[in-house]
Design a protein around this ligand. Structure first.
Ligand SMILES: C[S@@+](CC[C@H](N)C(=O)[O-])C[C@H]1O[C@@H](n2cnc3c(N)ncnc32)[C@H](O)[C@@H]1O
Length: 252
């Protein structure tokens, strides 16, 4: 079972209406055309609206449960999408196929080890057309905020799933030497007719700094073309919320 399988429906319900980055990907899709690769696509939060706009979209994810939700959403909307189950570090995808590939909202941070980051970038490099574009959207690591992480369980949000109230709690503890945050997500699901149920996942997120990212991309055969600090393409600064890299493959 993969990490997100037990919480797939909860993740989908909690993020389905998060659309802050959608305009950014629609603009990138408009500039590059398709086909598009949504790597670590989850339950299709971005994949579905991109397919609705007529783009040929392929999604890849490790979690069969997340992909099943994406497939169900596509089927319900009458959309044809291609979904590939597998680890981005070693999955086989069509080569030199995509004009745009992206790894949205912190998902690249699931890759804890440098060799996994490089393996995933190699997959993306093989999948992109010679004039394709890669987008990586990462949290901009803020040393002060990260230093305050003390593993206390805090209420993150509430939302509903099939009429049930869900309380999400999050704890994180971080270590700047390893650039790792250990995360705990707890979802308490309250329904009128059954006792409350608790779902929990724990995982590590590896932060990546701006010049580390440039070096990683270079080792994987990409050239960094732009770094943005927001989905509005603001300049990247030390206080930016996002660290968004736009890179292109270098061949030969
Ligand atoms: C935070 S979710 C993001 C999902 C989606 N991109 C979105 O924007 O809502 C991270 C996703 O990455 C997937 N994932 C984690 N590690 C992966 C890997 N090595 N290969 C492929 N998918 C992976 C998880 O299964 C999960 O669906």
């Amino acid at each position: 079972m993969s990490l997100y399988d037990p919480i797939a429906r909860l993740y989908d319900a909690e993020t389905r209406n998060y659309l802050d980055d959608l305009g950014f990907y629609l603009e990138m899709a408009r500039r590059t055309g398709g086909p598009i690769l949504d790597a670590m696509c989850g339950s299709g939060r971005l994949l579905i609206p991109l397919a609705e706009q007529g783009y040929a979209v392929t999604g890849c994810d490790l979690s069969p449960a997340m992909l099943a939700l994406a497939q169900a959403r596509a089927a319900a909307a009458g959309l044809a999408v291609t979904l590939v189950a597998g680890d981005l570090c070693r999955v086989s995808l069509p080569e030199q196929q995509f004009s745009l590939a992206f790894v949205a909202i912190n998902s690249f941070m699931h890759l804890e080890r440098t060799r996994d980051q490089l393996a995933a970038l190699a997959t993306l490099h093989r999948a992109l057309q010679a004039d394709g574009v890669l987008i990586l959207d990462l949290l901009n690591p803020d040393p002060i905020t990260i230093g305050q992480d003390d593993n206390r369980l805090l209420v993150d949000k509430t939302f509903t799933l099939d009429g049930q109230q869900v309380l999400k709690l999050v704890a994180s503890s971080s270590d700047s030497a390893s650039q790792i945050s250990q995360m705990t997500y707890i979802y308490d699901v309250h329904s009128e007719h059954t006792p409350p149920r608790r779902f929990m996942i724990q995982f590590a997120l590896r932060w990546v700094h701006r010049y580390e990212l440039e070096h990683l991309l270079h080792r994987a055969g990409f050239a960094l073309r732009a770094v943005y600090g927001s989905y509005d393409l603001d300049e990247y600064t030390s206080t930016s919320e996002r660290l968004i890299a736009l890179a292109v493959p270098q061949r030969g």
